[in-house]
Ligand binder design. Structure first.
Ligand code: ADP
Ligand code: MG
Length: 658
């Protein structure tokens, strides 16, 4: 337990939890993201790093409030030198005569004095690397490193996930040594060796899972459906719009998968607004015609609500019973739905994760669709497969991933892509302005509302102390002042109760609310086609892919839509959005500029996100590891991966939701 580690009290425990560190294993595997290199220099004018033996006890002078000076004398290579450092009076008692300290600062030979920027209370032997960790307030890299060192002293169990023959072959460090060294490297060379090994392992684990799932799926038989496609085709012909070519192709892929014996595991990729929902609906309809139930999983309640509305509309008069299962429902409502689900009366169940709870039992689940897959973790991919014996699985995602990456990280899936948007859509005109030009945005808002249209205002924060960060509440106040409270304006964010959110979304959909001020809860899927303007404050706080998703909420009909990005930071990155409406291009650029961070949504959503490897920099290594892990699986599938620890782990994650 973490509490058993020396130095971890209740307060530190809370701080560690904030960093996502819950176990000793998490702690020792919390790697530094860079190092400060400290190298001794000779004593000469300019920047120096030298060891000095303290000659005189330090004197603290308090110059004024919050400003003090510590001065003392040291011996450096047999020279006596004066030392000053500001605002370190608190170190006074730690700097003792006879002790050797490391002085980092500027030496001036005329004054024979070092003005220090930092003093370390130990002797620096040769080059040292001080690890720097990603932190939160209440802890420093030094303290964290001490805790990790203490944890390592308790000899925690360290599981090695690289098969032995690969370790031998590549002459990798053993895992425990690698972990010790990554936190306290003794040389550059050693540090790189530790990083290389841990990266390899991280990627190996990932690709092992992916390849294992792929292998596993190929061996399983799926549901076989016999019905021909005539009824589905007439359903498509009777839709209120004509499907685009890419939509038709995607429908064909899915229908063929459903008909065939092998189990479907398909990713439907398409930019925001490309029309992925209707493609899913076509699959659901065929599944229904064949006598099976379907489940549709949405990442948020808002989106589940929306799907419920639009899908019941598509299925009007066709006899498909669609129900919505929510997190918060009365016991009675919930048990009625569960009962009807079990008896097979419900054909399609829509909901969030709540659908995955154990008491939700289907009679004959045939198809599971996960909308906006990148919002869920990888491990969840396999969970629904336990809900129906052999059910087919479709994932949709609006995050266009460069093909190389898609092939590896989604290596266990087939992919259908929708590249073109439905005809008649105008590109969203995007502009970038500064806060001082806010009038431009206000004018546009007024103009759109006058024309009977609606407006989204997006903020990066629900509540903020920081004046530069415009939170939803401040924005509401400012807008009400600007428009004399004459335009119906509401706030929506993730912390509201589901019922409140639902009411606000419905009022917005019905046009009762004209301006909706929101956090990124509206990022995915929300579909109010009368909204034609979006104003995004503090745009610099968002990734390009997120901004592109956000503005995908407008431009949903033949009206011209505008997006105004507000940011005081000069940004090449944001300019990309003013020039392009192509999600694939934007995602490539974002990837180049920021790495995979934004590609898979928020950091939290991801066991997609590696701790030490990076999809951008380590793509070559990833494909090597991909091959190695596939080979390993092929050679060991018959002896059930004897002695390989990941296998137990894997069996576990196949059956559990993280
Ligand atoms: P996304 O791919 O972002 O999930 P949706 O499925 O929500 O996109 O589709 C966006 C909007 O476009 C919806 O209102 C939908 O009904 C409409 N739509 C989908 N396909 C077409 C089409 N072929 N022609 C016209 N409108 C379409
Ligand atoms: Mg969608």
């Amino acid at each position: 337990m973490l509490e058993d580690i020396k130095g971890v009290g209740p307060k530190t425990l809370g701080t560690l939890n904030k960093l996502g560190i819950k176990t000793i294993d998490d702690l020792i595997n919390y790697y530094p993201f860079r190092y400060n290199k400290i190298e001794l220099t000779p004593l000469k004018d300019g920047e120096v790093v030298v060891n000095g033996i303290v000659e005189t006890p330090p004197i603290a002078t308090y110059i004024k409030k919050n400003f003090n000076k510590l001065s003392f004398r040291v011996e450096v290579d047999n020279y006596l030198v004066d030392v000053v450092i500001f605002n370190r009076a608190f170190m006074k008692n730690n700097i003792k005569r006879g002790k050797t300290v490391t002085l980092i600062g500027e030496y001036d030979s005329r004054k024979n004095s070092i003005s220090c920027s930092d003093i370390r209370l130990f002797e620096t032997k040769e080059t040292t690397f001080e690890p720097v960790y990603r932190l939160t307030s209440g802890i420093t890299s030094k303290v964290l490193n001490n805790l990790i060192t203490n944890a390592l002293l308790t000899n925690p169990k360290v599981e090695d996930y690289i098969p032995n023959y690969i370790i031998d072959d590549k002459e990798f460090l053993d895992k425990e040594t690698a972990i010790k060294l990554i936190h306290n490297p003794t040389s550059n060379n050693i540090m790189e060796k530790a990083i290389e090994r841990l990266k390899y392992e991280e990627l190996f684990k990932f690709m092992f899972k992916t390849n294992y799932l792929k292998q596993n799926r190929k061996q399983q038989d799926g549901l076989k459906r016999d019905k021909d496609f005539s009824e589905v085709k007439s359903f498509i012909d009777n839709l209120p719009f004509k499907l685009t070519e890419d939509q038709i192709k995607a429908c064909d892929d899915i229908l063929d998968d459903l008909k065939s014996e092998s189990r479907m595991n398909r990713l439907l990729l398409g930019d925001v607004g490309s029309g992925k929902t209707i493609v899913s609906v076509v699959g659901i309809y065929y599944n229904y015609l064949c006598g099976y139930q379907s489940a549709l999983l949405a990442p948020t309640e808002i989106l589940a609500d929306q799907h419920f509305l639009s899908i019941t509309h598509f299925f009007k008069g066709l006899g498909v019973r669609v129900e919505l299962l929510k997190g918060k429902m009365s016991k009675k409502e919930r048990s009625k739905i569960l009962e009807d689900l079990k008896s097979g009366d419900i054909d399609l169940l829509i909901g969030t994760h709540a659908i995955l709870l154990d008491d939700v039992i289907f009679k004959n689940l045939g198809l599971v669709i996960t909308d906006e897959q990148h919002r869920f973790g990888v491990n969840q991919r396999s969970v629904f497969q336990n809900k129906g014996t052999m059910c087919d699985v479709l994932y949709t995602s609006a995050t266009p991933i460069p093909r190389t990456y898609a092939l590896t990280i989604y290596g266990d899936m087939d992919i259908s892509t929708i590249k073109t948007k439905p005809a008649g859509r105008l590109p969203i005109k995007t502009s970038l302005i500064k806060n001082k030009d806010i009038k431009i945005a206000l004018f546009e808002i007024l103009e759109e509302v006058k024309n009977g249209h609606q407006v989204y205002i997006v903020s990066a924060s629900i509540e903020s102390e920081d004046d530069d960060l415009k939170d939803v509440k401040t924005l509401k106040k400012n807008l009400d002042t600007a428009f004399n409270s004459r335009i119906p304006t509401e706030i929506i964010h993730g912390k509201l109760k589901p019922a409140e959110k639902e009411k606000i979304m419905n009022d917005f959909k019905d046009g009762k609310i004209k301006i909706l001020i929101s956090t990124t809860v509206i990022e995915v899927g929300v579909d109010v086609s009368n909204a034609t303007l979006m104003v995004i404050f503090n745009a610099e706080r968002f990734g390009l892919a997120t901004l592109h998703q956000l503005r995908g909420r407008i431009g949903r009909n033949a009206l011209e839509s505008k997006c105004i990005l507000i940011s005081d930071k000069e940004s090449e990155r944001l300019k990309i959005l003013t020039k392009s409406n192509d999600g694939f291009y934007i995602s490539e650029m974002d990837f180049k500029l920021r790495g995979e961070g934004d590609l898979f949504g928020t950091r939290q959503s991801g066991d997609m996100i590696f701790k030490i490897a990076s999809l951008r920099d380590d793509i070559k290594l990833l494909s090597i590891v991909n091959n190695e892990s596939a080979k390993f699986i092929k050679e060991n599938i018959n002896n059930s991966f004897k002695d390989y620890p990941l296998y137990e782990n894997l069996a576990y994650s196949l059956n559990h939701i993280d």
